[in-house]
Ligand binder design. Structure first.
Ligand code: SAH
Ligand code: SF4
Length: 341
């Protein structure tokens, strides 16, 4: 089995070159070929000597894995399915929206967090993706040059796979890598505090927090992570940072009809967010037969939005995309596949 070049940082590629007794600058050339030019094989790296290409090919391959399946929604959203070895299926979703083309990437096969409204959570946890597998979700699609934004909001909890996630961000944002601005990257978390603090200090990407309920006793019932890291502690931590600059903080809030959409919830959210410059992103619950929740009507959604705005909170309502192909938030699950394969 050959090792992959994809997913390695410049420093790691330099180590590869050192090992193979190739000049150090070869690493920069390799990074250029795999991240900027998007070649599929080592033979195509034409500014490397034939001998260098042969030496590298003995032990390494680029490591691009194409999706095994694509589904296109009526609204233009595309869902890609990948098979990363036996039983490991993951999805990514490409979402066109006006001038933007956003790719929603996964970080784990399944998820350990077990939120009670989420299909990925329901499927359980198989394993973490490595940085190469995360980067592959971008590099393997034909549209990779046109992708303008990356959101880590697919399957898995990014901060439960912190090192590989941050490594993939390094590759996306470095000048030797994809050279994307960190302002085009958003990472969403259910609120693993120690990793959240590390992330704030070590990157400059946008951060999204899945709140979904401001009350401890209620949140703990739908998000077990609340037991260990309460949303109140999460907010206390976030209050220590300055969110007035270019770096954005958002709170995601799935509206579950009759459960988390009252005046009291709006009031408590505004209390939690006091002194924090942030946006509340209201998300329609995407129903699946496996869960008992009900989605709000557009009118109910707007009413809750008004409640929040009466407390001076900035809000947006996220329009759900790709529902017909189960590509919308919380509907990503590859459980059936893993079972049948
Ligand atoms: N694990 C991370 C990131 C992936 S989940 C997190 O939880 O933040 C991405 C978003 O989809 C989260 O805000 C999550 O709460 C939301 N989501 C999960 N299930 C959903 C559902 N049934 N309907 C709408 N959004 C859902
Ligand atoms: Fe995991 Fe996020 Fe789904 Fe919760 S909502 S189970 S953290 S993927």
């Amino acid at each position: 089995m050959k090792e992959k070049l994809l997913g390695r940082t410049l420093l790691e590629l330099e180590e590869v070159c050192l090992q193979l007794q190739l000049p150090k600058f070869t690493a920069k050339q390799i990074a250029d070929w795999i991240y900027k030019k998007g070649v599929l094989d080592i033979d195509s790296m034409t500014n490397l000597s034939l001998k260098a290409r042969q030496t590298i090919s003995q032990y390494y391959e680029v490591g691009i894995i194409k999706p095994v399946k694509e589904a296109i929604s009526e609204d233009g959203t595309i869902k890609y399915l990948y098979q990363y070895g036996e039983n490991a299926f993951v999805e990514s979703v490409l979402i066109p929206d006006k001038k933007r083309l956003t790719l929603c990437v996964s970080t784990q096969v399944g998820c350990k967090m077990n939120c009670s409204f989420c299909s990925t959570g329901k499927q359980g946890f198989l394993r973490n993706l490595d940085s190469g597998e995360i980067i592959n979700l971008l590099r393997s699609i034909d549209e990779f040059d046109e992708v303008s934004n990356i959101v880590y909001m697919g399957m898995g909890e990014p901060f439960d796979n912190y090192d590989e996630v941050v490594k993939s961000i390094e590759i996306l944002t470095s000048s030797w890598g994809f050279a994307l601005s960190s302002r085009r990257i958003t990472v969403s978390t259910s609120g693993i505090i120690p990793k959240m603090i590390k992330f704030i200090n070590e990157t400059s990407c946008h951060l999204a927090i899945s709140m979904h309920n401001p009350f401890h006793e209620e949140r703990v019932k739908i998000m077990p992570v609340e037991k260990k890291y309460s949303i109140e502690q999460v907010c206390d931590e976030l209050r220590k940072h300055n969110w007035y600059g270019q770096r954005r903080l958002t709170f995601e809030y799935i509206v579950l009809k009759g459960i988390n959409d009252t005046y009291y919830h709006a009031k408590e959210i505004s209390y939690l967010l006091r002194g924090i410059e942030a946006m509340v992103n209201l998300i329609y619950y995407n129903p699946t037969p496996e869960f008992p929740f009900i989605a709000p009507s557009p009118k109910e959604m707007e009413e809750f939005q008004k409640e929040l705005e009466s407390f001076n909170l900035s809000t947006t309502i996220r329009q759900s995309k790709g529902q017909d192909i189960l590509a919308a938030c919380g509907l990503l699950s590859t459980k059936q596949l893993s079972k049948t394969k």
